[in-house]
Design a binder for this molecule. Structure first.
Ligand code: SF4
Ligand code: SF4
Ligand code: FES
Length: 258
């Protein structure tokens, strides 16, 4: 099997301090970045910390920034880089470092808990649920999410503009991963809960300015912005800013939570 010497720069440190360390490493044909990091761990830096589980792009554990781009290390083939290119690996920038390439992503779990849960309507008279296939398919895409949080990492509202910690003047933003979770519930044909007031306020839909960076990095190719966030923004606009819809609701006596 053909192998070549390649240069890697891997961030090493903890929440107090850290820096890039250089490694020259033998890379075999067909390797992915995760394989090379495992080789570095086995031969040169036994205490290098990194997360992984499936090595198949399905667990979302090996998220990191490779040459400045949020990627899954197990799905990044070495042959996408030039032969003399140095490969840099660093932890996700949006979340606090624990050690080396491992970050604390627990902020995301807290956001998940804040989302009002699925609230199914009553069954039909014959005891069944009926749904249009098109409605079922619309939310199916969002369920492919592997919770790698690459979209959360790249989102500038969370990363650079204080949307994560509420330091932004416009408030807090829940991030693209949880906007599509909200979309999967709001568009679910059986769900009856009304989350539009929270989507507008607590979850900060107005802070997303549709740059589509989240969609670009999603390893599951979910249409985060076009299929999830934009339709939610439209629902907020219909509810709060569309005078025709507001008059229509008043005439029909449709009451909505404020
Ligand atoms: S489209 Fe919205 S959610 Fe996605 S990265 Fe841009 S600002 Fe963030
Ligand atoms: S939406 Fe895509 S990028 Fe975001 S957490 Fe899910 S799989 Fe990862
Ligand atoms: S190891 Fe599971 S997604 Fe990379």
């Amino acid at each position: 099997m053909a192998s070549t010497k390649r240069k890697f720069k891997v961030w090493r440190g903890d929440k107090a301090a850290g820096d890039f360390k250089d490694f020259d490493v033998e890379v075999d044909e067909g390797m992915v970045v995760l394989d090379v990091l495992h080789r570095i761990q086995a031969r040169q830096a036994n205490d290098l910390a990194l997360r992984w589980n499936c090595k198949a792009g399905k667990c979302g554990s090996c998220s990191m920034e490779i040459n400045g781009k949020p990627r899954l290390a197990c799905m990044t083939r070495m042959n996408v880089f030039g032969g003399d290119e140095t490969i840099t690996c660093q932890p996700l920038k949006t979340f606090p470092v624990i050690k080396d390439l491992v970050t604390d992503v627990s902020w995301n779990y807290e956001q998940n808990k804040r989302i009002p849960k699925f609230q199914p309507r009553k069954r039909d008279a014959d005891g069944t649920y009926r749904m249009y296939q098109a409605d079922v398919e619309r939310t199916q895409e969002f369920r492919k999410c592997i919770e790698c949080y690459l979209c959360q990492d790249v989102c500038h509202v969370l990363r650079d503009r204080g949307g994560k910690d509420g330091e932004n003047a416009s408030g807090k933003f829940v991030g693209p991963r949880f906007m599509i979770r909200l979309a999967s519930l709001e568009m679910h044909p059986l769900d009856e809960a009304d989350r539009i007031p929270e989507i507008r306020k607590e979850f900060g839909s107005g802070m997303c300015n549709i740059t589509r960076c989240c969609t670009e990095v999603c390893p599951e190719h979910i249409g985060i912005t076009d299929n999830g966030i934009i339709p939610l923004k439209e629902r907020v606009v219909d509810r709060y800013f569309d005078p025709v819809a507001m008059v229509g609701r008043a005439l029909l006596g449709i009451r909505r939570r404020k």
